[in-house]
Design a protein around this ligand. Sequence first.
Ligand SMILES: [Zn+2]
Length: 331
Amino acid sequence: MSDDREAVDGRLVIADGLDVVLLSEDEVIVRFGTQSQPSELIRDIDLRGTLAKMIRRLDARPQTVGELTADLEGVALDDALDTIADLVDRGILCDARLSPIEQYLAYAETGASALSDGTVTVVGTGSLGRRVADGLREHGVERLTIVDADDVAAVDAAGGGTDDLAVLALDRLDVHRAHVVNRVRLRERRPWLHAAVDGARGLVGPLFVPDRTACYNDLDALRQALLPAPLLDRKHRRHVLDRPLPDAVGLPAGATVVAGYATLAAVQFLLRGSCFAVGRLTTIDLERMRIDVEDVLRLPRCPVCGNLRQVARAPFPIDVALEPPSVEPVS
Ligand SMILES: [Zn+2]
């Protein structure tokens, strides 16, 4: 029992943004918005009346576990401690010292660790890169490295093989830089997210995870295969390579939309190890706000990430390989 009391150090509050409605002494409804998750009924089946009592106390002011269970003993105390532990697990109750965003993430991303532990490298210091970096900071990512995409040596050294994610955020589609980042990240075996504004389109994703998803080369090969005029595209690429990138292209509002998607993908990935952008490209038509999503599949013989797969995956389980063949002598 004392363990449970100590498990939550500090005062508890009902997470910011949640509505907790008392239906009876043993039933409460927890809602976030009118149609959004979580929306659930919590019921104390033993009908001890402690649930409503605790919620009323929490409504009045933040409470320690000791204060919440002050007048309880025996089985009722055990039950109350279990209930508190469950509500904390689900993020419905949380430490009063958490920021409103951390409180939101506690129930939206049940069981998620804090974003302050995440390390992210943002490659790109333009309109989109700045917005992504600001967005990540606002969400609680404290360990951010921001690298100029033009500084190839810095891009190469970025993350130092220790960050959790890199985001390439450019104000125009830059295939050359994306290939550079792709090779660096594959070598380091670190995930990265591609985000760009491409004229009047916003591109978010894919989020590439080495050995799990396709790499940028697969995406580029597929893109080139679908081009109506490959020669014109090659000319355009050369033209872009030969001239310095302007600071920003397109409307700031467009960059904000793309940065919002990219930030959300990064935040989800840091918390869950997965997100809507893993292996998937989201294309946003910034004029009509139409959104298109497509999965990017691995090419079986990709020259860039194909070798990585062979190294990473044994053709048969390793224990089979180590086991000497056991053949019973025939008598
Ligand atoms: Zn590949």
